[in-house]
Write a protein that binds this ligand. Structure first.
Ligand SMILES: Cc1ncc(COP(=O)(O)O)c(C=O)c1O
Length: 515
Protein backbone atom coordinates (compact mmCIF):
# COMPACT_ATOMS: atom_id res chain seq x y z
CA UNK A 1 0.00 0.00 0.00
CA UNK A 2 1.32 3.42 -1.00
CA UNK A 3 -0.83 5.35 1.41
CA UNK A 4 0.91 7.99 3.45
CA UNK A 5 -1.24 9.91 5.90
CA UNK A 6 -1.88 13.44 4.65
CA UNK A 7 -1.97 16.67 6.64
CA UNK A 8 -3.35 16.31 10.19
CA UNK A 9 -6.36 18.55 9.58
CA UNK A 10 -8.26 17.89 6.38
CA UNK A 11 -9.68 20.85 4.59
CA UNK A 12 -13.32 21.57 5.29
CA UNK A 13 -14.96 22.92 2.17
CA UNK A 14 -16.09 26.50 2.30
CA UNK A 15 -19.84 26.93 2.15
CA UNK A 16 -20.91 28.94 -0.82
CA UNK A 17 -24.54 29.72 -0.10
CA UNK A 18 -24.40 32.92 -2.03
CA UNK A 19 -23.29 31.29 -5.23
CA UNK A 20 -26.40 31.38 -7.38
CA UNK A 21 -25.50 28.26 -9.29
CA UNK A 22 -22.93 25.89 -10.50
CA UNK A 23 -21.75 28.24 -13.21
CA UNK A 24 -19.58 29.77 -10.51
CA UNK A 25 -17.67 26.55 -10.35
CA UNK A 26 -16.24 27.54 -13.70
CA UNK A 27 -14.88 30.77 -12.18
CA UNK A 28 -12.29 28.77 -10.28
CA UNK A 29 -9.57 28.39 -12.89
CA UNK A 30 -7.05 26.78 -10.60
CA UNK A 31 -9.45 23.90 -10.06
CA UNK A 32 -9.67 23.31 -13.77
CA UNK A 33 -13.41 22.70 -13.45
CA UNK A 34 -14.36 23.66 -16.95
CA UNK A 35 -12.19 21.02 -18.59
CA UNK A 36 -12.09 18.64 -15.70
CA UNK A 37 -15.07 19.21 -13.39
CA UNK A 38 -13.85 16.80 -10.74
CA UNK A 39 -10.33 18.16 -10.87
CA UNK A 40 -9.04 14.63 -11.29
CA UNK A 41 -6.16 15.88 -13.42
CA UNK A 42 -4.99 17.85 -10.42
CA UNK A 43 -5.07 15.03 -7.95
CA UNK A 44 -1.36 14.54 -8.56
CA UNK A 45 -0.84 18.06 -7.14
CA UNK A 46 -1.23 16.49 -3.69
CA UNK A 47 1.85 14.28 -3.58
CA UNK A 48 1.93 13.95 0.18
CA UNK A 49 -1.53 12.36 0.29
CA UNK A 50 -0.80 9.60 -2.14
CA UNK A 51 -4.26 10.18 -3.61
CA UNK A 52 -3.11 10.05 -7.19
CA UNK A 53 -1.96 6.47 -6.86
CA UNK A 54 -4.42 4.99 -4.38
CA UNK A 55 -7.15 7.34 -3.16
CA UNK A 56 -9.03 4.56 -1.36
CA UNK A 57 -5.93 3.37 0.47
CA UNK A 58 -5.07 6.95 1.39
CA UNK A 59 -8.57 7.50 2.77
CA UNK A 60 -8.50 4.26 4.72
CA UNK A 61 -5.43 5.50 6.53
CA UNK A 62 -7.25 8.68 7.60
CA UNK A 63 -10.82 7.61 8.32
CA UNK A 64 -11.18 9.35 11.72
CA UNK A 65 -9.86 12.71 10.61
CA UNK A 66 -11.77 12.59 7.33
CA UNK A 67 -14.98 11.88 9.21
CA UNK A 68 -14.23 14.81 11.52
CA UNK A 69 -13.92 16.97 8.43
CA UNK A 70 -17.21 15.69 6.98
CA UNK A 71 -18.85 16.28 10.33
CA UNK A 72 -17.49 19.84 10.49
CA UNK A 73 -18.77 20.48 6.98
CA UNK A 74 -22.21 19.07 7.86
CA UNK A 75 -22.33 21.23 10.98
CA UNK A 76 -21.62 24.30 8.93
CA UNK A 77 -24.45 23.38 6.58
CA UNK A 78 -26.77 22.97 9.55
CA UNK A 79 -25.66 26.28 11.05
CA UNK A 80 -26.39 28.01 7.76
CA UNK A 81 -29.83 26.47 7.23
CA UNK A 82 -31.77 29.50 8.45
CA UNK A 83 -30.00 31.75 5.95
CA UNK A 84 -29.77 29.37 3.07
CA UNK A 85 -32.28 30.09 0.29
CA UNK A 86 -35.31 27.91 0.90
CA UNK A 87 -35.28 26.74 -2.71
CA UNK A 88 -33.09 27.10 -5.75
CA UNK A 89 -33.97 27.49 -9.38
CA UNK A 90 -31.83 24.61 -10.61
CA UNK A 91 -28.86 25.41 -12.88
CA UNK A 92 -27.14 22.22 -13.97
CA UNK A 93 -23.34 22.13 -13.82
CA UNK A 94 -21.26 20.94 -16.72
CA UNK A 95 -21.44 17.16 -17.03
CA UNK A 96 -18.45 15.33 -15.59
CA UNK A 97 -17.20 11.97 -16.86
CA UNK A 98 -16.86 9.03 -14.51
CA UNK A 99 -13.53 9.50 -12.72
CA UNK A 100 -10.93 6.93 -13.56
CA UNK A 101 -8.63 6.85 -10.54
CA UNK A 102 -10.82 9.05 -8.32
CA UNK A 103 -9.79 12.05 -6.25
CA UNK A 104 -10.20 10.86 -2.67
CA UNK A 105 -12.84 11.92 -0.16
CA UNK A 106 -11.35 15.26 0.84
CA UNK A 107 -11.15 16.51 -2.71
CA UNK A 108 -14.53 14.98 -3.59
CA UNK A 109 -16.02 16.94 -0.71
CA UNK A 110 -14.49 20.14 -2.01
CA UNK A 111 -15.80 19.52 -5.50
CA UNK A 112 -19.24 18.67 -4.14
CA UNK A 113 -19.20 21.83 -2.01
CA UNK A 114 -18.48 23.94 -5.08
CA UNK A 115 -20.21 22.15 -7.89
CA UNK A 116 -23.39 20.71 -6.35
CA UNK A 117 -24.14 21.87 -2.83
CA UNK A 118 -24.74 25.53 -3.75
CA UNK A 119 -27.64 24.33 -5.88
CA UNK A 120 -29.30 22.40 -3.07
CA UNK A 121 -32.43 23.70 -1.35
CA UNK A 122 -32.83 24.32 2.36
CA UNK A 123 -35.26 21.39 2.44
CA UNK A 124 -34.77 20.78 6.17
CA UNK A 125 -34.94 24.52 6.86
CA UNK A 126 -37.73 26.38 8.62
CA UNK A 127 -39.32 28.12 5.62
CA UNK A 128 -39.40 25.22 3.19
CA UNK A 129 -43.17 24.93 3.15
CA UNK A 130 -43.60 23.04 -0.10
CA UNK A 131 -45.33 19.66 -0.45
CA UNK A 132 -45.50 18.31 3.12
CA UNK A 133 -41.87 18.34 4.14
CA UNK A 134 -40.33 17.70 7.51
CA UNK A 135 -36.80 18.44 8.57
CA UNK A 136 -34.60 16.29 10.75
CA UNK A 137 -34.45 16.73 14.51
CA UNK A 138 -30.91 16.56 15.93
CA UNK A 139 -31.56 13.08 17.27
CA UNK A 140 -33.11 11.89 14.00
CA UNK A 141 -30.10 13.18 12.10
CA UNK A 142 -27.75 11.43 14.51
CA UNK A 143 -29.76 8.25 13.98
CA UNK A 144 -29.39 8.68 10.25
CA UNK A 145 -25.63 9.14 10.47
CA UNK A 146 -25.38 6.05 12.63
CA UNK A 147 -27.58 4.11 10.23
CA UNK A 148 -24.92 4.48 7.57
CA UNK A 149 -22.14 3.97 10.05
CA UNK A 150 -23.49 0.71 11.41
CA UNK A 151 -24.88 -0.31 8.01
CA UNK A 152 -27.16 -3.06 9.31
CA UNK A 153 -29.47 -5.03 7.08
CA UNK A 154 -32.60 -5.64 9.21
CA UNK A 155 -33.98 -8.15 6.74
CA UNK A 156 -33.45 -11.06 9.08
CA UNK A 157 -32.51 -11.58 12.71
CA UNK A 158 -29.80 -14.14 11.92
CA UNK A 159 -26.89 -11.88 12.76
CA UNK A 160 -27.99 -8.80 14.68
CA UNK A 161 -30.47 -7.17 17.06
CA UNK A 162 -31.27 -4.58 14.39
CA UNK A 163 -34.71 -6.06 13.51
CA UNK A 164 -35.67 -5.97 17.19
CA UNK A 165 -34.86 -2.27 17.37
CA UNK A 166 -37.12 -1.87 14.36
CA UNK A 167 -39.89 -3.83 16.10
CA UNK A 168 -39.56 -1.65 19.20
CA UNK A 169 -39.76 1.49 17.08
CA UNK A 170 -42.87 0.27 15.29
CA UNK A 171 -44.51 -0.43 18.66
CA UNK A 172 -43.64 3.09 19.85
CA UNK A 173 -45.15 4.53 16.68
CA UNK A 174 -48.30 2.45 17.13
CA UNK A 175 -48.64 3.96 20.60
CA UNK A 176 -47.87 7.44 19.34
CA UNK A 177 -50.76 7.27 16.88
CA UNK A 178 -53.06 5.51 19.34
CA UNK A 179 -53.50 2.39 17.22
CA UNK A 180 -54.67 -0.83 18.91
CA UNK A 181 -52.34 -3.78 19.51
CA UNK A 182 -53.84 -5.73 16.60
CA UNK A 183 -52.05 -3.37 14.24
CA UNK A 184 -48.58 -4.58 13.34
CA UNK A 185 -46.24 -2.37 11.39
CA UNK A 186 -43.26 -2.33 9.07
CA UNK A 187 -40.93 0.36 7.83
CA UNK A 188 -41.03 1.31 4.16
CA UNK A 189 -39.48 4.16 2.21
CA UNK A 190 -42.39 6.59 2.06
CA UNK A 191 -46.15 6.99 2.06
CA UNK A 192 -46.35 5.87 -1.56
CA UNK A 193 -44.80 2.53 -0.63
CA UNK A 194 -46.94 2.38 2.48
CA UNK A 195 -50.08 2.86 0.39
CA UNK A 196 -48.78 0.29 -2.06
CA UNK A 197 -48.11 -2.27 0.66
CA UNK A 198 -51.51 -1.65 2.29
CA UNK A 199 -53.30 -2.01 -1.03
CA UNK A 200 -51.31 -5.16 -1.84
CA UNK A 201 -52.64 -6.69 1.38
CA UNK A 202 -56.12 -5.44 0.49
CA UNK A 203 -55.79 -7.17 -2.88
CA UNK A 204 -54.92 -10.43 -1.14
CA UNK A 205 -57.98 -10.01 1.10
CA UNK A 206 -60.20 -9.59 -1.94
CA UNK A 207 -58.72 -12.84 -3.21
CA UNK A 208 -59.45 -14.54 0.09
CA UNK A 209 -63.09 -13.44 -0.13
CA UNK A 210 -63.32 -14.63 -3.73
CA UNK A 211 -61.56 -17.92 -3.01
CA UNK A 212 -58.28 -17.24 -4.85
CA UNK A 213 -54.80 -16.23 -3.81
CA UNK A 214 -53.57 -13.35 -5.91
CA UNK A 215 -50.07 -13.90 -4.55
CA UNK A 216 -50.08 -17.38 -6.10
CA UNK A 217 -52.37 -17.06 -9.08
CA UNK A 218 -51.93 -13.45 -10.15
CA UNK A 219 -54.37 -10.61 -10.56
CA UNK A 220 -56.06 -12.27 -13.54
CA UNK A 221 -57.61 -14.75 -11.09
CA UNK A 222 -59.16 -11.91 -9.14
CA UNK A 223 -61.37 -10.25 -11.73
CA UNK A 224 -62.29 -6.59 -11.67
CA UNK A 225 -61.71 -4.59 -8.50
CA UNK A 226 -63.34 -1.36 -7.37
CA UNK A 227 -61.51 1.10 -5.14
CA UNK A 228 -63.79 3.75 -3.66
CA UNK A 229 -62.39 7.03 -2.39
CA UNK A 230 -63.36 10.68 -2.07
CA UNK A 231 -60.08 12.56 -2.59
CA UNK A 232 -57.34 9.94 -2.98
CA UNK A 233 -53.70 11.00 -3.08
CA UNK A 234 -52.07 10.52 -6.48
CA UNK A 235 -49.88 7.76 -5.00
CA UNK A 236 -52.96 5.55 -4.69
CA UNK A 237 -53.38 5.52 -8.47
CA UNK A 238 -49.68 4.77 -8.86
CA UNK A 239 -49.95 1.90 -6.38
CA UNK A 240 -52.94 0.44 -8.24
CA UNK A 241 -50.97 0.61 -11.46
CA UNK A 242 -48.02 -1.25 -9.91
CA UNK A 243 -50.33 -3.81 -8.31
CA UNK A 244 -51.95 -4.72 -11.62
CA UNK A 245 -55.35 -3.50 -10.46
CA UNK A 246 -55.16 -0.52 -12.77
CA UNK A 247 -55.55 3.18 -12.19
CA UNK A 248 -59.08 3.00 -13.55
CA UNK A 249 -60.07 0.79 -10.59
CA UNK A 250 -60.57 4.01 -8.64
CA UNK A 251 -64.15 5.17 -8.49
CA UNK A 252 -64.31 8.67 -7.08
CA UNK A 253 -67.11 9.11 -4.57
CA UNK A 254 -68.69 12.55 -4.10
CA UNK A 255 -67.36 14.79 -1.35
CA UNK A 256 -69.24 16.96 1.12
CA UNK A 257 -70.16 20.43 -0.21
CA UNK A 258 -67.10 22.70 -0.24
CA UNK A 259 -64.95 19.94 1.27
CA UNK A 260 -62.49 17.23 0.26
CA UNK A 261 -63.94 14.77 2.79
CA UNK A 262 -66.02 11.98 1.33
CA UNK A 263 -69.80 12.11 1.65
CA UNK A 264 -70.39 8.95 3.68
CA UNK A 265 -73.99 8.64 2.45
CA UNK A 266 -72.78 8.61 -1.13
CA UNK A 267 -70.14 6.05 -0.19
CA UNK A 268 -72.85 3.86 1.38
CA UNK A 269 -74.87 4.17 -1.81
CA UNK A 270 -71.89 3.10 -3.93
CA UNK A 271 -71.36 0.08 -1.69
CA UNK A 272 -75.05 -0.84 -1.99
CA UNK A 273 -74.81 -0.53 -5.76
CA UNK A 274 -71.83 -2.90 -5.80
CA UNK A 275 -73.76 -5.32 -3.59
CA UNK A 276 -76.61 -5.31 -6.08
CA UNK A 277 -74.17 -5.95 -8.93
CA UNK A 278 -73.15 -9.27 -7.41
CA UNK A 279 -71.71 -8.61 -4.03
CA UNK A 280 -68.01 -8.34 -4.98
CA UNK A 281 -66.42 -6.56 -2.02
CA UNK A 282 -64.48 -3.38 -2.66
CA UNK A 283 -61.52 -1.55 -1.22
CA UNK A 284 -62.27 1.79 0.40
CA UNK A 285 -59.40 4.27 0.65
CA UNK A 286 -60.26 6.80 3.32
CA UNK A 287 -58.24 9.97 3.63
CA UNK A 288 -56.99 11.38 6.89
CA UNK A 289 -55.42 14.64 5.77
CA UNK A 290 -55.76 15.58 2.11
CA UNK A 291 -52.85 17.41 0.56
CA UNK A 292 -54.59 20.62 -0.51
CA UNK A 293 -56.84 21.44 2.43
CA UNK A 294 -56.03 18.74 5.00
CA UNK A 295 -59.56 17.45 5.12
CA UNK A 296 -60.45 14.29 7.00
CA UNK A 297 -62.98 11.63 6.10
CA UNK A 298 -65.24 10.55 8.95
CA UNK A 299 -63.32 7.34 9.69
CA UNK A 300 -65.73 6.05 12.33
CA UNK A 301 -68.75 6.44 10.08
CA UNK A 302 -66.90 4.77 7.21
CA UNK A 303 -65.73 1.87 9.37
CA UNK A 304 -69.31 1.39 10.60
CA UNK A 305 -70.47 0.76 7.02
CA UNK A 306 -68.67 -2.59 7.21
CA UNK A 307 -71.55 -3.88 9.33
CA UNK A 308 -73.67 -3.76 6.17
CA UNK A 309 -71.10 -4.27 3.39
CA UNK A 310 -67.82 -6.13 3.47
CA UNK A 311 -64.89 -4.01 2.29
CA UNK A 312 -61.23 -3.48 3.09
CA UNK A 313 -60.64 -0.13 4.75
CA UNK A 314 -57.27 1.41 3.97
CA UNK A 315 -56.56 4.83 5.50
CA UNK A 316 -54.01 7.17 3.98
CA UNK A 317 -52.96 9.12 7.07
CA UNK A 318 -49.58 10.08 5.62
CA UNK A 319 -49.33 13.19 7.77
CA UNK A 320 -52.86 13.43 9.18
CA UNK A 321 -52.08 10.68 11.71
CA UNK A 322 -50.08 13.27 13.64
CA UNK A 323 -53.34 15.05 14.51
CA UNK A 324 -53.55 12.40 17.24
CA UNK A 325 -50.78 14.29 19.06
CA UNK A 326 -52.82 17.45 19.51
CA UNK A 327 -55.67 17.27 22.01
CA UNK A 328 -57.65 19.80 20.01
CA UNK A 329 -57.31 17.84 16.77
CA UNK A 330 -57.22 14.17 17.81
CA UNK A 331 -60.93 13.84 16.98
CA UNK A 332 -60.00 14.19 13.31
CA UNK A 333 -58.43 10.72 13.36
CA UNK A 334 -60.96 9.05 15.64
CA UNK A 335 -61.56 5.59 14.20
CA UNK A 336 -58.09 5.27 12.62
CA UNK A 337 -57.50 2.08 14.59
CA UNK A 338 -60.54 0.46 12.99
CA UNK A 339 -58.85 0.46 9.59
CA UNK A 340 -57.55 -2.76 8.08
CA UNK A 341 -54.41 -0.98 6.88
CA UNK A 342 -52.94 2.43 7.62
CA UNK A 343 -50.27 4.51 5.88
CA UNK A 344 -48.20 7.00 7.90
CA UNK A 345 -45.23 8.92 6.58
CA UNK A 346 -42.38 9.67 8.95
CA UNK A 347 -40.19 11.89 6.79
CA UNK A 348 -43.01 14.40 6.99
CA UNK A 349 -44.12 15.30 10.50
CA UNK A 350 -41.90 12.99 12.57
CA UNK A 351 -38.99 15.02 11.21
CA UNK A 352 -36.73 12.13 10.30
CA UNK A 353 -34.63 12.44 7.13
CA UNK A 354 -35.78 10.82 3.90
CA UNK A 355 -36.75 8.08 3.39
CA UNK A 356 -39.05 6.71 6.02
CA UNK A 357 -42.67 5.67 6.49
CA UNK A 358 -44.58 3.00 8.31
CA UNK A 359 -47.34 0.68 7.19
CA UNK A 360 -49.73 -0.88 9.69
CA UNK A 361 -52.18 -3.71 9.20
CA UNK A 362 -54.36 -6.01 11.27
CA UNK A 363 -53.88 -8.86 8.80
CA UNK A 364 -50.24 -9.83 9.03
CA UNK A 365 -51.06 -13.30 7.72
CA UNK A 366 -52.18 -11.76 4.42
CA UNK A 367 -49.15 -9.48 4.38
CA UNK A 368 -46.89 -12.52 4.65
CA UNK A 369 -48.71 -14.21 1.81
CA UNK A 370 -47.96 -11.23 -0.43
CA UNK A 371 -44.38 -10.48 0.56
CA UNK A 372 -42.90 -13.75 1.78
CA UNK A 373 -39.53 -14.55 0.30
CA UNK A 374 -38.44 -18.15 0.39
CA UNK A 375 -34.82 -19.17 -0.07
CA UNK A 376 -32.74 -21.89 1.54
CA UNK A 377 -30.48 -19.36 3.27
CA UNK A 378 -33.31 -17.22 4.69
CA UNK A 379 -35.21 -17.65 7.93
CA UNK A 380 -38.47 -19.60 7.79
CA UNK A 381 -41.69 -17.68 8.37
CA UNK A 382 -42.34 -18.78 11.95
CA UNK A 383 -44.58 -17.00 14.46
CA UNK A 384 -42.95 -13.61 14.11
CA UNK A 385 -41.77 -13.37 10.51
CA UNK A 386 -38.62 -11.46 9.65
CA UNK A 387 -38.99 -8.23 7.71
CA UNK A 388 -37.82 -9.94 4.54
CA UNK A 389 -41.27 -11.57 4.49
CA UNK A 390 -43.21 -8.37 5.12
CA UNK A 391 -42.27 -5.62 2.67
CA UNK A 392 -41.54 -5.25 -1.04
CA UNK A 393 -37.82 -4.96 -0.32
CA UNK A 394 -35.43 -7.66 0.78
CA UNK A 395 -32.14 -6.06 1.83
CA UNK A 396 -32.39 -2.48 3.01
CA UNK A 397 -31.05 0.02 5.51
CA UNK A 398 -32.06 0.08 9.17
CA UNK A 399 -34.66 2.72 8.44
CA UNK A 400 -36.01 2.64 11.99
CA UNK A 401 -32.92 4.09 13.61
CA UNK A 402 -33.57 7.82 13.01
CA UNK A 403 -37.16 7.34 14.23
CA UNK A 404 -35.94 5.41 17.27
CA UNK A 405 -33.48 8.18 18.14
CA UNK A 406 -35.94 11.02 17.83
CA UNK A 407 -38.63 9.18 19.81
CA UNK A 408 -36.10 8.22 22.49
CA UNK A 409 -34.68 11.74 22.67
CA UNK A 410 -37.87 13.81 22.65
CA UNK A 411 -40.62 11.33 23.41
CA UNK A 412 -44.32 11.77 22.87
CA UNK A 413 -44.25 15.21 24.48
CA UNK A 414 -41.46 16.61 22.33
CA UNK A 415 -43.13 15.45 19.15
CA UNK A 416 -46.54 16.67 20.30
CA UNK A 417 -44.98 20.10 20.85
CA UNK A 418 -43.68 20.17 17.26
CA UNK A 419 -47.11 19.20 15.95
CA UNK A 420 -48.97 21.74 18.09
CA UNK A 421 -46.54 24.52 17.19
CA UNK A 422 -46.81 23.82 13.46
CA UNK A 423 -50.61 23.80 13.72
CA UNK A 424 -50.52 27.17 15.50
CA UNK A 425 -48.10 28.60 12.95
CA UNK A 426 -50.29 27.47 10.05
CA UNK A 427 -53.31 29.06 11.74
CA UNK A 428 -51.30 32.26 12.25
CA UNK A 429 -50.23 32.44 8.60
CA UNK A 430 -53.83 31.71 7.60
CA UNK A 431 -55.02 34.71 9.60
CA UNK A 432 -52.34 36.95 8.10
CA UNK A 433 -53.25 35.88 4.57
CA UNK A 434 -56.98 36.29 5.20
CA UNK A 435 -56.26 39.86 6.29
CA UNK A 436 -54.35 40.68 3.07
CA UNK A 437 -56.65 42.14 0.40
CA UNK A 438 -54.51 40.59 -2.36
CA UNK A 439 -55.26 37.04 -1.28
CA UNK A 440 -58.09 34.78 -0.21
CA UNK A 441 -58.08 31.47 1.61
CA UNK A 442 -59.56 28.57 -0.33
CA UNK A 443 -60.34 26.56 2.80
CA UNK A 444 -60.23 26.99 6.53
CA UNK A 445 -56.85 26.05 8.01
CA UNK A 446 -57.83 22.73 9.59
CA UNK A 447 -54.39 21.53 10.59
CA UNK A 448 -51.01 22.45 9.11
CA UNK A 449 -51.61 23.61 5.55
CA UNK A 450 -52.71 27.04 4.31
CA UNK A 451 -54.32 26.84 0.86
CA UNK A 452 -54.87 30.21 -0.76
CA UNK A 453 -54.91 32.14 -4.01
CA UNK A 454 -54.95 35.66 -5.38
CA UNK A 455 -58.24 37.37 -4.59
CA UNK A 456 -58.93 38.68 -8.08
CA UNK A 457 -56.47 36.97 -10.45
CA UNK A 458 -55.94 33.34 -9.34
CA UNK A 459 -54.50 32.53 -12.75
CA UNK A 460 -51.50 34.72 -11.83
CA UNK A 461 -50.64 32.69 -8.72
CA UNK A 462 -47.61 31.18 -10.50
CA UNK A 463 -46.08 34.65 -10.52
CA UNK A 464 -46.36 34.72 -6.74
CA UNK A 465 -44.81 31.25 -6.48
CA UNK A 466 -41.90 32.30 -8.72
CA UNK A 467 -41.33 35.54 -6.81
CA UNK A 468 -41.33 33.71 -3.46
CA UNK A 469 -38.94 31.03 -4.72
CA UNK A 470 -36.73 33.64 -6.37
CA UNK A 471 -36.46 35.59 -3.13
CA UNK A 472 -35.01 32.57 -1.34
CA UNK A 473 -37.14 33.50 1.65
CA UNK A 474 -39.55 30.60 1.43
CA UNK A 475 -40.71 27.76 -0.76
CA UNK A 476 -44.40 27.04 -1.32
CA UNK A 477 -45.86 24.68 -3.90
CA UNK A 478 -48.59 25.44 -6.38
CA UNK A 479 -51.70 23.34 -6.74
CA UNK A 480 -55.20 23.46 -8.20
CA UNK A 481 -57.97 23.26 -5.66
CA UNK A 482 -61.52 22.77 -6.89
CA UNK A 483 -60.43 24.08 -10.29
CA UNK A 484 -58.72 27.18 -8.84
CA UNK A 485 -54.94 27.66 -9.21
CA UNK A 486 -53.55 28.06 -5.71
CA UNK A 487 -50.57 27.98 -3.40
CA UNK A 488 -50.04 25.79 -0.37
CA UNK A 489 -47.91 26.52 2.67
CA UNK A 490 -47.42 23.30 4.64
CA UNK A 491 -45.97 23.43 8.16
CA UNK A 492 -44.31 20.26 9.36
CA UNK A 493 -40.79 21.29 10.30
CA UNK A 494 -39.50 21.23 13.88
CA UNK A 495 -37.43 24.41 13.31
CA UNK A 496 -40.20 26.75 12.20
CA UNK A 497 -41.12 29.65 14.49
CA UNK A 498 -43.28 32.80 14.58
CA UNK A 499 -40.36 34.75 13.15
CA UNK A 500 -40.46 32.53 10.07
CA UNK A 501 -44.18 33.13 9.66
CA UNK A 502 -43.43 36.88 9.77
CA UNK A 503 -40.90 36.46 6.98
CA UNK A 504 -43.27 34.35 4.88
CA UNK A 505 -46.14 36.83 5.35
CA UNK A 506 -43.84 39.70 4.38
CA UNK A 507 -42.60 38.06 1.19
CA UNK A 508 -46.16 37.11 0.22
CA UNK A 509 -47.27 40.71 0.68
CA UNK A 510 -44.40 41.87 -1.55
CA UNK A 511 -44.96 39.13 -4.14
CA UNK A 512 -48.61 39.92 -4.89
CA UNK A 513 -48.71 41.24 -8.46
CA UNK A 514 -49.72 44.87 -8.84
CA UNK A 515 -52.97 45.19 -10.79
C1 LIG B 1 -51.79 12.10 1.91
C2 LIG B 1 -50.52 11.66 1.24
N1 LIG B 1 -50.39 10.39 0.83
C3 LIG B 1 -49.28 9.95 0.23
C4 LIG B 1 -48.22 10.79 -0.01
C5 LIG B 1 -46.99 10.27 -0.70
O1 LIG B 1 -45.88 10.43 0.12
P1 LIG B 1 -44.38 10.09 -0.34
O2 LIG B 1 -44.04 11.14 -1.35
O3 LIG B 1 -43.60 10.20 0.90
O4 LIG B 1 -44.35 8.74 -0.92
C6 LIG B 1 -48.31 12.12 0.40
C7 LIG B 1 -47.21 13.07 0.13
O5 LIG B 1 -47.35 14.27 0.30
C8 LIG B 1 -49.48 12.57 1.05
O6 LIG B 1 -49.60 13.83 1.48
Amino acid sequence: MNATPGPATPRVPALSNDLPGAEHARDLPEAGYARDPLGAEHAHDLPESGHARDPLGADRARVPELMEAVSAYAVRILDGLDDRPAARVPVRPEPAPLPGAGIGLERAMEVFATRWEPGFAAGPGPRYLGFVTGGATPAALAGDWLTGTLDQNPTSGLDSLAPDLERETVTWLRDLFGLPREHEGVFVSGATMSNLAGLAIAREWLGEVRGVSVAEEGTAALGPVTVLSGSPHSSVAKALSVLGLGRSAIRRVGVLPGREAVDVDLLARELERLDRLGGAPAIVVANAGTVNTVDFDDLRAIAALRERHPFWLHVDAAFGAFAALSAGHAHLVAGLGEADSVCVDLHKWLNVPYDSAVQFTRRRNLQVRVFRNAAAYLTPLGEDPDFVHLTPENSRRLRALPAWFTLAAYGREGHAEIVRRDIDLAAGLGERIAAMPAYRLLAPVRLNVVCFTLASTPDRIDEVADAVTGSGEAFLTTTVHDGVPALRAAFSNWRTTEADVDRVAKILAEAAPRP
